[in-house]
Design a protein around this ligand. Sequence first.
Ligand SMILES: [Zn+2]
Length: 554
Amino acid sequence: MRRGVAVALLALGAAIAPTTVEAQQAGVDVSRYRFALSLPDTGKVIRAEAQVQFTRTRTVDALRLDLLAPMALRGATLGCDNKATAVAATHERGVITVPLPAFTKSARAANDPRAMEPLDSLCVTVRYDGAPTDGLVISTDTAGRWRAFGDNWPNRARHWLASVDHPSDKALVEFVVDAPSARTVVANGTQRAQVPQGGRTRTTWATASPIPTYLMVIAAAPLTVTELGQTACGLASVGRCVPQRVYTAPEQAAAMPGNFAQADSIVAFFSRLVGPFPYEQLAHLQSSTRFGGMENAGAIFYNDALFRTPAGVSVGLIAHEVAHQWFGNAVTEAEWGQLWLSEGFATYFAALYTEKAFGDSAFRAEREGIRRTILGAKVVTERPVIDSTQTDLLALLNANSYQKGGFVLHMLRREVGDSAFFRGVRAYWTPRVHGNARTEDLRAVMEREVGRDLSWFFDQWLRRPGFAELTVRYAYDAARRQVKVIVEQGTRFAPYRFPLVLEFTMDDGSTRVAFVNVPARAIAEITLRETFERTPTSMRVDPTVELLAEIRTP
Ligand SMILES: [Zn+2]
């Protein structure tokens, strides 16, 4: 996502409570949720029934589902069909505990030679109700109309969805939403049914691929749809094209599609670069998300206020949220401490779209802006990008996860070369679609691409705080017609190893570019191999903004 527009952040700053890092429930793997929700005409009380289909290992004798007060458990059954039997579940300190029957090894597990441990397959139903204080955000819009939007990142799904609320347990999701007919209901996946009955309508949406709980959302609001049509044809993973549409408040519909006219080209660009668009379709919604944009799978939610400005939602924000459909959504970080695999990729791939749409100098300017943010961020000097000790998940929305993660991808591309980089990105992404990933997976595929060790690269840029601090000088030996470059690294952070681009201007006004490999040493003296027939009069260090460094030239 992108952090909120300034106004929204100020208003919400006080409401954001610290959250804690929790592991996935060991031995449990949810495969499918079905949430049947009944929404009110007025007020905030919702009624819900969650069916949770899962496998477990032999050692698991209870299913634990996250669900925070004031949502209250009303009953639970073992089974999700008409043979279900009541079970005495408890609900304490934000966790529903459902005792499970004795383990029975399923035929599927017995036939699966890859199963390390025997698994059986169960379904549990829980019913609950209450007025959620977060997660499903119920409010009225500026015209006083009732509306509800899911807003789960990072672990706020548990305010309204009884679930194993961790990004490593992805599952299919089906929403069956009963709401007054005047509201349009949108959720992840595709709409499967719409049944009106006495002023109310029951709308069913379901996904064809598993997604993490932080992306499972509904919208129920007065919304007007603007079709963007069949986009990215020939580049879809489901069907031939990617249907896209924009949902706005009725008042904003006239200004559509606005920058969403570029959504076709954005989806096509990433599909060609990475792999086919991973979901059935893509909706863009005006919503009440606290963030600037939130990349919910197949249904991106944008901040309401952006639609009320003359410029509308920016191309950069659309590209960022669309890039997340590949990175973060389809391939999800296995733990929150590796958030850069989501936000760093979205930041860099949005910048790559800048290059495609607006050219080289716009891309360079974006890298300059990204680097400026990194060099000015205190958190970058204090914590590494891969930050497994941060327990306040909202604090991970920082310049490390976004800008530094993004810039590290650019340096990785420079380190391994363009073709190895994009082949590596595809080799990282393709086998992990609808699964999870870790930084080590990315390192392994990139090492395979180039046939050499890259652990030093990943360690220095991702597992240590900081950035390179350089003082670069040169000396010209007129007799030998040679240039010696002296690179001195600051002492705040351990020395880095990197390739460096230098641009010399000669005494006749001509310029020439030289490349040097700088070793991880406090001071390195490097004599350029090429001879200089003319005398250099000045030197620019990293003129094309390739290196994460604060650069001083005396
Ligand atoms: Zn993002």
